[in-house]
Design a protein around this ligand. Structure first.
Ligand code: PLP
Length: 440
């Protein structure tokens, strides 16, 4: 092949071509094997080549692959929505299907705004969000995101602006207890509400555990209860962005279950299709749907491919597979094992400052000096070097960036398929240790 017509993330980098996948492994055209230790972008959560899913895709394509959602419904879309209502907490019973996580958070944002409009409160249209967050790449989703690099070029067009801190105890709890940190974060939210005025705010959005912009930042058990109490006091909806954490990734079906808080809307994606098809959802509570059902009766959002029957059948097969094979439990058990093994590595390592996460969502933060927690010089680009060293060892890890200014917080996420076995975790850790030694 002399030239390419495909626009790739980095245009002058030669990407290896993957020929096939099997379980937690991917194989490239030269026969090199990789452990998919990041599940791509925290997506391939049941591994590659699962026969039940492939069969369900074939079955559905024999029936019908596409109908338009404003003309018809289908059995597969109805069944998927029912299944999601069964696995979701509280009264989060309604699903709006879209094609990507960005569309899911953006739909959640729009539904939150519409909820207040239907109740006659037309000025409640701002979304409060946190720095060190990522909610998606489309303009509405990006406007809520606290990911500096991804915002930078489009800043003049972004209407929302993140304003809060994310719980980053590794650094924030140096001088304070975790409880004091949580009080600070909740006060910050309250001050922001008072500054903007509660009549101008529709919702607060947060990732239960921060992914790309934090490296599996994990809040305390009490953090979300404090934040939700502030939201409730000022009549502000809470949207949980579970695009990365949803559907078993953290050892519970939804990560918010760890924190005993039921959101008003959940955005989910990635693991819900496990990468077998592009599909995501905004999952909406009865409370939020009620005024819409009584009012305009139309959720003002949607895409040509929303509720696509082919994708719905695929996701349904993924969710059935997860249930039948106790995949969420495996995520909890082998995730705890993975974290323990990485913590052992960290003790002997000069550069691992923090290991955090829940389930098979493990964040590893690198520092120049473990005592002072000083970060590496930017020019050293330690995250790229870690990712590259692992790549050479046949292990994929997901780069993440912590730190509000984008200047501190070099992290990676280990997030293999939730079906990984204990022996496969051992092999993943072995490869990670070899790569680490190359960088240290
Ligand atoms: N929200 C979170 C928490 C994410 O991690 C991502 C993607 O990484 C998104 C939203 C956007 O999802 P997508 O890339 O499918 O548009």
């Amino acid at each position: 092949m002399t030239r390419t017509y495909l626009i790739k993330p980095v245009l002058d980098y030669k990407y290896p071509a993957i020929t096939h996948g099997d379980g937690i492994y991917l194989y490239d055209e030269k026969g090199k094997q990789y452990i998919d230790g990041s599940s791509g972008a925290v997506t391939a959560s049941i591994g590659h080549g699962v026969q039940e899913v492939i069969d369900a895709m074939a079955e559905q394509s024999k029936k019908v692959s596409f109908v338009y959602r404003s003309q018809f419904t289908t059995e597969s879309a109805e069944q998927l929505a029912k299944k999601i209502s069964e696995i979701s907490p509280g009264d989060l019973n309604w699903s709006f299907f879209v094609n990507s996580g960005s569309e899911a958070t953006e739909t959640a944002m729009k539904i939150a705004i519409q909820y207040w409009q239907e109740k006659g409160m037309k000025t409640k249209n701002k979304i409060i969000s946190r720095w060190m967050s990522y909610h998606g790449i489309t303009m509405g989703a990006l406007s809520m995101s606290g990911h500096i690099q991804r915002r930078e070029r489009f800043e003049p067009m972004l209407e929302n602006y993140p304003s809060l801190s994310a719980p980053y105890y590794y650094r924030d709890a140096d001088q304070r207890t975790i409880e004091e940190c949580d009080d600070f974060y909740a006060q910050e939210l309250e001050k922001e509400i008072l500054r903007i005025g509660k009549d101008h705010i529709a919702a607060f959005i947060a990732e239960p555990m921060v992914g790309a912009a934090g490296g599996a930042l994990t809040p305390s058990d009490g953090y979300f209860q404090k934040m939700k109490a502030v939201c409730d006091r000022y009549d502000i909806l809470f949207i949980a962005d579970e695009v990365m954490t949803g559907v078993g990734r953290t050892g519970k079906m939804f990560a918010m279950e760890h924190f005993n808080v039921i959101p008003d809307i959940i955005a989910t994606g990635k693991g819900m299709s496990a990468g077998y098809t592009p599909m995501a959802a905004a999952i909406v509570s009865e409370k939020v749907m009620e005024p819409i059902l009584k009012g305009s009766k139309i959720v003002m959002s949607g895409h040509t491919f929303s509720a696509n029957p082919q994708s719905a059948a695929t996701c349904l097969a993924v969710l059935n597979y997860i249930e039948k094979n106790n995949v969420v439990e495996n995520s909890a058990v082998n995730g705890a094992y993975l974290k323990e093994k990485i913590r052992e590595l960290a003790e002997a390592s000069e550069i691992i400052g923090d290991v955090r996460g829940k389930g098979l969502f493990v964040g590893v933060e690198f520092v120049k000096d473990k005592l002072t927690k000083n970060s590496f010089d930017r020019a050293l680009d330690v995250v790229s070097r870690i990712v590259q060293a692992n790549f050479e060892e046949g292990l994929l890890v997901y780069p993440a960036n912590a730190g509000t200014d984008g200047l501190i917080g070099d992290a990676v996420i280990l997030s293999p398929p939730l079906t990984i076995t204990k022996e496969e975790v051992d092999e993943l850790v072995r490869r990670f240790a070899v790569a680490l030694r190359k960088v240290e």
